[in-house]
Design a protein around this ligand. Structure first.
Ligand SMILES: Cc1cc2nc3c(=O)[nH]c(=O)nc-3n(C[C@H](O)[C@H](O)[C@H](O)COP(=O)(O)OP(=O)(O)OC[C@H]3O[C@@H](n4cnc5c(N)ncnc54)[C@H](O)[C@@H]3O)c2cc1C
Length: 547
């Protein structure tokens, strides 16, 4: 232990709380372990345990602070004035991407398929996301692009680079690289939700290649080796694969105008770009680019749920840890009844989010089963809406558990809080997700009704589930305009029903009872700790984070 480590772990004579020590992010998370086994990735536990120890190291947490403090910077020209459009990162960024690649989060669920492949990836994501969230953006987009590219005749030329577990940060042509990353570019100045408004244009160039002009207003991970972008192509919009380098060793003219100065997600670069006759090849069906990219978004939306559950988990752990060490009015915070009520309420939210995220990942593994496919279609946007929204509230509340120390950048809480809203905004903002839930329900009305009804029927002794299901079924039968206005309620209630079902079947009784009573059976819930139900706090807190 060096001097800095010793100082940071010394018990606080001044009532200051030591940093979290090294811990195993897998073994200390009972909900994660149980979910991994239940959803079919039990065979991957040894690997997850090893990674849990690696990712739970205190030095990595400190590095995460650094890479977010010193964010990326644009270097548009080299010293001779040649346009290079390069983004420079803190050296720790390479470390986090190397870890993410070694874990296989950028594509192993597709390139190394097998039982529980998506669930195992989800478990990695839930751990990595607790340490450094910004590095998840490039690996999410890379992974989500693979099933789309796999349908192209030339996929074999990039597959080995996508399957590699070694991160390659070099900015050079693919022929000289050991691995690659892919981003996505849809959002333009005039809008990101309504992609039909996209103005970028593609003109055929011959040999399957197109020349693109236009811009993208948000273009994350601009140093990726390629982006999938949307552009007008004749009367419709098509999806294009736009490499960073062209054959012959020339940079594709994708000009980075500036980097976004973001609230959170500061380690990761998001750019505004302009295409100056950039070359790209069309993928998927001509004119069906929006559908192609919506498929990609169905994968990235799962990752938004996972990323949000990860933020909640880390905020909760930090909150409980703080309360176990900080004293006020002569007692530790953890021993104060009101603080225990708040923390126990947060435990319910975090465990329900983890269970739901892993259930959803399991549905991706079982996509060949029609019922799982239907559940995935309905539940993904609902979970993206509700879990991402809850993460904002959970990280805010956990920050307050730290008091003033939570609000300053010396500790992790401010960063967790600033990180939370982006998952709700990108990849389809909250309302857009709720509208997508309604669309899915309209596409398969009987399946949606059966799913909702089935969740209540599975728990005949739980009147609160029946009441919620009946409310939901009535809302699903409304006319389109009225239904839209209730979209958020519908998405929330669907998620709460699935979470209640999961916890009733798989969590300790004290936890599931408290969840059902507080989320479905009681009024209120505007803030954590206000619900008029008795939470079994001792058991809940010990389960959430062992002392
Ligand atoms: C950090 C960051 C990185 C990003 N990276 C990328 C990237 O790499 N690639 C990319 O393509 N995009 C990226 N985005 C853009 C993001 O996907 C969009 O911001 C998002 O889809 C919303 O689009 P918009 O900003 O144009 O908002 P708008 O489309 O203008 O929507 C504004 C609000 O209106 C709501 N709304 C829209 N339609 C309706 C409706 N019919 N009824 C009710 N409410 C509605 C939305 O939910 C939203 O809350 C990024 C965004 C951020 C913040």
């Amino acid at each position: 232990m060096d001097r800095e480590d010793m100082a940071q772990s010394a018990p606080g004579a001044d009532n200051q709380v030591p940093d979290l020590p090294d811990c195993n992010l897998y073994l200390t998370d009972e909900a994660l372990v149980a979910g991994v086994r239940r959803e079919g990735a039990g065979g991957r536990e040894a690997e997850l345990e090893t990674w849990g120890a690696r990712l739970g190291r205190a030095d990595l947490a400190r590095l995460a602070t650094e890479v977010n403090r010193q964010g990326p910077a644009l270097r548009a020209y080299d010293r001779r004035g040649v346009r290079i459009d390069v983004v420079d990162f803190h050296p720790g960024w390479t470390e986090f991407l190397s870890l993410a690649f070694a874990q296989g989060m950028h594509g192993a669920a597709w390139t190394e398929p097998g039982p529980g492949a998506h669930v195992a990836r989800a478990a990695h994501y839930l751990m990595h996301g607790q340490v450094e969230a910004g590095s998840l953006c490039p690996v999410t987009m890379t992974s989500a692009a693979i099933p789309l590219l796999a349908r192209e005749s030339w996929f074999a030329t990039v597959r080995p680079l996508l399957a590699s577990r070694e991160y390659d940060a070099h900015d050079r042509p693919l022929a000289q690289k050991r691995a690659m990353m892919i981003g996505m570019g849809m959002t333009e100045r005039q809008g990101g939700s309504d992609l039909r408004a996209n103005l970028s244009r593609a003109e055929p160039q011959g040999g399957g290649w197109f020349r693109l002009t236009g811009h993208k207003w948000f273009f994350s991970s601009p140093m990726s080796d390629a982006h999938l972008v949307l552009a007008r192509d004749g009367d419709g919009h098509s999806c294009f694969y736009m490499p960073r380098w062209l054959d012959g060793g020339r940079r594709n003219p994708v000009r980075i105008l500036r980097l976004k100065d973001k609230l959170g997600n500061r380690s990761n670069a998001s750019a505004e770009v302009e295409f100056e006759d950039a070359l790209a090849r069309r993928i998927g069906e001509p004119g069906r680019g929006i559908a192609t990219l919506v498929e990609m978004a169905s994968y990235t939306r799962l990752d938004c749920v996972l990323g949000s559950a990860a933020l909640m988990r880390q905020a909760l752990v930090q909150g409980i840890h703080h309360a176990r060490h900080r004293r006020a009015f002569g007692r530790l915070l953890i021993d104060q009844p009101l603080m225990r009520q708040v923390l126990a309420d947060l435990v319910l939210e975090s465990e329900a989010a983890t269970a739901l995220a892993l259930r959803l990942a399991g549905a991706f593994d079982r996509a060949d089963q029609p019922a799982e496919q239907a559940l995935r279609r309905l539940l993904t946007p609902a979970a993206k809406f509700w879990v991402c929204k809850r993460a904002i509230d959970v990280t805010a509340e956990c920050m307050e558990v730290w008091g003033g120390n939570g609000y300053v950048e010396d500790g992790p809480m401010a960063r967790l809080y600033r990180e939370a809203p982006v998952n709700s905004i990108w990849e389809g903002s909250g309302n857009v997700m709720c509208l997508d839930v309604l669309r899915a329900a309209r596409q398969e009305p009987q399946l949606a009704a059966q799913t909702v009804d089935g969740l209540a029927r599975a728990h005949a002794g739980e009147p609160a589930l029946r009441a919620a299901a009946d409310r939901l079924l009535a809302a699903l039968a409304l006319g389109a305009e009225e239904q839209q206005a209730m979209g958020r309620m519908i998405a929330r209630d669907l998620v709460l029903l699935v979470q209640a079902d999961l916890l009733l079947r798989h969590a300790p009784e004290a936890l599931s009872r408290a969840f059902v009573d507080s989320r479905l059976g009681a009024p209120g819930g505007d803030a954590f700790g206000v619900r008029p139900v008795a939470l079994a706090t001792d058991a809940l807190l010990r389960r959430a984070w062992p002392e």
